[in-house]
Design a binder for this molecule. Structure first.
Ligand SMILES: [Zn+2]
Length: 94
């Protein structure tokens, strides 16, 4: 790679035809929608998944209808508070 000192690297693959490839913060797929990419970027902001997952029975909250639940375009202010605090700003409803 030509770049260095990155904070995070993402590999991008092409999912084989007929297979389901779930993306994560380190591995994206060429067929990912913008909504999936936005969800994964949410993890870069420190956000946790909010979808129900049998492998994570104690996850809370779940089924929130937000970007971290079902990749919707719903990003409540609570999701940006930590980021705003880190840059010395605050969240303003729009
Ligand atoms: Zn996720």
């Amino acid at each position: 790679m030509g770049d260095s000192n990155e904070h995070h690297a993402v590999r991008v693959r092409q999912c084989p035809a007929g297979e389901f490839c779930r993306s994560n913060t380190g591995l994206w797929d060429t067929n990912d929608t913008g909504a999936v990419a936005a969800h994964e970027c949410g993890h870069f902001f420190g956000l946790a998944d909010e979808y129900a997952d049998a492998n994570c029975p104690n996850r809370n909250p779940v089924n929130t209808g937000t970007i971290m639940d079902n990749n919707s375009n719903v990003v409540p202010a609570r999701m940006m508070t930590r980021f705003a605090n880190n840059i010395g700003s605050n969240v303003v409803a729009i």
